[in-house]
Design a protein around this ligand. Sequence first.
Ligand code: ADP
Ligand code: MG
Length: 260
Amino acid sequence: MKPDGAYIHIDRASKKFATRSGEQVLALSEVNLSIDKGKFITLVGPSGCGKSTLLRIIGGLLSRSSGRVSIGGEEIDAPTDGVGMVFQSPVLLPWRTVLDNVTIAADLGRANRDLVNERALRFLKMVGLSGFENKYPGELSGGMQQRVGITRALVHDPDVLLMDEPFAALDALTRDRLQVELQALWMASQKTVIFVTHSIQEAVFLADRVVVLAPRPGRVVDDIAIDLPRPRTLEMVNSKVFGDYSNAVRRHFDAEETVQ
Ligand code: ADP
Ligand code: MG
């Protein structure tokens, strides 16, 4: 572990993509970020600023062009079991039940099936899906499907949860509820979470720190500590201090790049 004691270290991470026309896109430029264990970080910024690229690099799903990334002192170069990912669309297999979708990695030989089943049932209960274990994805609402995706990531008890706009496709009421539920889950589990969103409200509501990214090239332009008590409630969203935090994030985006 590095001297500052942080758990996740991102040290001058850059990513260049080659486009089909042969040009190079600098998707991320020299990103530095240190994250303490157990913290909830949100990454916010307009579409195309490199949020998913950064998250996939942290998760070991994408190689970086330069720089270093480490979690708990281990250099990240490939996906590891200690890191769970949740995507915008949960990509459930329609022919498998909820339980079988959640435990899919056990079938791929990566874990003990009984243990995983037991944990799956416990987490499905925590996210309010008790009684739906034997249903198929097509029988669930979008919010319920997303809960299945979150459970699938939690079932292997990763220390780190990387979430890429997991609630973006949901209606506003479901999204509000899931934000509150995710906060409760995180408070109970002490995981380190990096959560990508383009919603300023969602970013402020969930975060200990909001990290603001700007595009062309993707880079960190601000890092705002959110000093609101927990558990946060939806009523807090209307408070002056919440508005002040939202404005501190919003001022980074001009009208053309306005995020929600
Ligand atoms: P965000 O998640 O913030 O919307 P992304 O990380 O998806 O942004 O993309 C950042 C930039 O990198 C964009 O300009 C995007 O077009 C480019 N990009 C992402 N993935 C690829 C890829 N596989 N090939 C080429 N360019 C890419
Ligand atoms: Mg993205």
